[in-house]
Design a protein around this ligand. Structure first.
Ligand code: PEP
Ligand code: MN
Length: 362
């Protein structure tokens, strides 16, 4: 349930109610909006005396949350959540609440040089965040599994050199601590969307998490997985639609763009779209990216490679840097139509002082 406080409720009252709730063994989560504070009560609600809460001066309403997910719901938090990702070298990249982010990079970090080269290229084209796999979830156990911690070092260095935050997938609870030492954002892949122990583990960190939708998961199941992370106190969750399995076999998956407005209506969390894994075919990636931004997504995540035919994984869907550049130009134009802007990482160029001070918009 949620306890909605009257506008202007003071901090002592908020803390007093939180203590009363937690004394019953339940968890209280605060959502501070522009005008009101809402306290989300999670656990066995029968333990709470609703009439008592209502009798407290300063409490306006006590309402049940009808959805099975609570902290992820719009009922708990009305405003759109903006996730702020610290940039190496200063500033932040924002995702959500009108700020868009383009995440780009190779499927896998294949060697140090390629990671640095692609990082420079995508940065110049307007990407805000660098992606790259160190631990790869492969369908076959005989396929390349990623370079592990070594790859994390390459990615971290390339992020630092280009002053871009980095994102990489964590597949195993045993790797969370190691990955946390290097990354700015955890990626939970589609295949691990319901790896509940992993979700709890990244939920206990305080780093942003991109949670990909499982290829056979409903929107509700996806939001329940987000709830696992949120329930541990990590509020920095970004959802990522990456295609689902349907009867249609023309492409790798079917990009469910309707999920974007549906999630936005039910949840306050930012939603981004990955058209690379959804289609599996480079030719179709830009069209799906444009549609994603038009549908209201808070950003895109795409794979880029300098030599896709030699890529160790997902070559057929990787964009060439040149295509990524033109796609970014067109994405900015589409975003402008909807009065939204792409965030960018701090520029390495010393010229403009506004850029040197932090993240800007392009
Ligand atoms: C990826 O982003 O590298 C990836 C494996 O994606 P997904 O989990 O969506 O298949
Ligand atoms: Mn991939």
């Amino acid at each position: 349930m949620i306890v909605i406080l009257k506008p202007g409720a003071d901090e002592r009252l908020v803390q007093d109610i939180v203590t009363q709730i937690e004394d019953t063994g339940l968890k209280a989560h605060l959502s501070r909006g522009e005008f009101r504070t809402v306290i989300g009560v999670v656990g066995e609600e029968g333990k709470v005396d609703k009439e008592h809460l209502l009798s407290i001066a300063g409490v306006e309403q006590v309402l049940p949350i009808m959805k099975p997910y609570k902290l992820a719901s719009r009922e708990f938090h009305k405003e759109n959540t903006t996730v702020h990702i610290p940039c190496p070298g200063g500033g932040t990249v924002s995702v959500g609440g009108g700020h868009l982010a383009a995440i780009a990079g190779p499927c896998a970090c294949e060697d140090e040089t390629m990671v640095h080269t692609i990082a420079r290229e995508i940065k110049a084209a307007g990407a805000a965040i660098l992606r790259g796999g160190a631990y790869k979830p492969r369908t076959s156990p005989y396929s390349f599994q990623g370079h592990g911690e070594e790859a994390l070092k390459w990615l971290r260095d390339a992020g630092n050199e280009n002053q871009m935050p980095i994102i990489t997938e964590v597949m195993d609870t045993r790797h969370v601590q190691t990955v946390e030492q290097y990354t700015d954002i955890f990626q939970i892949g589609a295949r691990n969307m319901q790896n509940f122990n992993l979700l709890f583990e990244v939920g206990r960190t305080r780093k942003p998490v991109v949670l990909k939708r499982g290829m056979a998961a409903s929107i509700q199941e996806w939001l329940m997985s987000a709830e696992y992370i949120l329930s541990q106190g990590n509020r920095q969750v970004i959802l990522c639609e990456r295609g689902i399995k349907t009867f249609e076999t023309a492409l790798r998956y079917t990009l469910d763009l309707s999920a974007v407005p549906v999630v936005k209506s039910n949840s306050h969390l930012p939603v981004i779209v990955d058209p690379s894994h959804a289609s599996g075919v480079r030719e179709f990636v830009p069209a799906l990216a444009y549609a994603a931004i038009a549908a209201g997504a808070d950003g895109i995540m795409v794979e880029v490679h300098d030599n896709p035919s030699q890529a160790m994984c997902d070559g057929p869907q990787a964009l060439l840097p040149e295509t990524f550049k033109t796609m970014m130009r067109d994405l900015r134009a589409i975003a402008g139509v909807f009065d939204r802007t792409f965030s960018r990482a701090v520029s390495t160029a010393p010229a403009a002082p506004a850029v040197a001070m932090g993240a800007g918009a392009i």
